[in-house]
Design a protein around this ligand. Structure first.
Ligand code: ATP
Length: 244
């Protein structure tokens, strides 16, 4: 489904992503781990089109999308969430989803439009993400776990086939992690979406990921099943003193 060949990204003389090649199969769950600054988010930015690769090629479903803008990649079914919250504080949960539905329907983001255009879609997405009871709640009042669910809800409106999730557990309390993990699992297993996810919590990943990609200093250090990666001596060495 997704093919990266020799992807590199250099900024101001510093090589942030260095010769990354990998294939992601349809329906796969591939998790990215690695120390802070390893280049995981930078790689997601290159795949989603936020930044352009300095070299290498990116293919989605056999089409070369290396030079395509982010919105064009989104139209092909590639969606992503961000490490930091991308919500509008005073806007309600339902209005976030409504706005995303308008945008997905070809409309522009017009915050003054009344939120009565896509009630069925909004209700359906909020039910899937277990946020129906929070429909009228402003985003800034939500717990961290609910905020992450809302970011997923907004993403789901576009029905992405390939989802890039950047640290979806960041800031989420320990009590909320299981429900969020279950939601992400269901988007993958029940809805058959292909998922790439950056995550530091290994305990979360072990129940989700088919394969782990280990990044270190911008390179892909290892790519294998979770067990094989954890047994890998090179990975262990790279992580000495780091949480794995
Ligand atoms: N636009 C940029 N210009 C210059 N340097 C950048 C830019 N974006 C990222 N970097 C640098 O690239 C390196 C990799 O950053 P990146 O955020 O991709 O790492 P990461 O693996 O996602 O880390 P973390 O786990 O902390 O999120 C860091 O040293 C960062 O400072």
């Amino acid at each position: 489904m997704l093919r990266l060949r020799d992807i590199g990204w250099t900024v101001g003389g510093a090589t942030i992503v260095d010769s990354v090649s990998l294939d992601v199969h349809e329906g796969e769950f591939l998790a990215f781990i690695g120390p802070n600054g390893a280049g995981k988010t930078s790689l997601f930015n290159l795949v989603s089109g936020i930044n352009r690769a300095s070299r290498g090629t990116i293919e989605l479903d056999g089409a070369d999308i290396t030079g395509e803008a982010a919105y064009a990649r989104a139209r092909r079914g590639l969606g992503r969430t961000f490490q930091t919250s991308s919500l509008w504080p005073g806007m309600t949960v339902a209005d976030h989803v409504e706005l995303a539905a308008q945008a997905a329907d070809g409309g522009s983001y017009r915050v003054w439009r009344r939120a009565d255009g896509y009630p069925e879609q909004v209700a359906e997405v909020l039910a899937r993400t277990e946020l129906a009871h929070r429909a009228d709640t402003p985003a800034d009042v939500l717990s961290h776990g609910e905020k992450r669910k809302l970011e997923l809800a907004v993403l789901l409106v576009g029905e992405p086939r390939l989802m890039l999730l950047d640290e979806p557990m960041a800031g989420v309390s320990a009590e909320e992690v299981p429900a969020l993990t279950a939601l992400i699992r269901s988007l993958h297993r029940d809805e058959h979406r292909t998922v790439l996810m950056v995550e530091h919590h290994m305990d979360v990943l072990l129940g989700l990921a088919d394969r782990l990609a280990v990044m270190h200093h911008g390179t892909l250090l290892a790519l294998d099943t979770p067990q094989a990666v954890m047994d890998d001596a090179t990975v262990q060495q790279a992580y000495l003193g780091e949480e794995l």
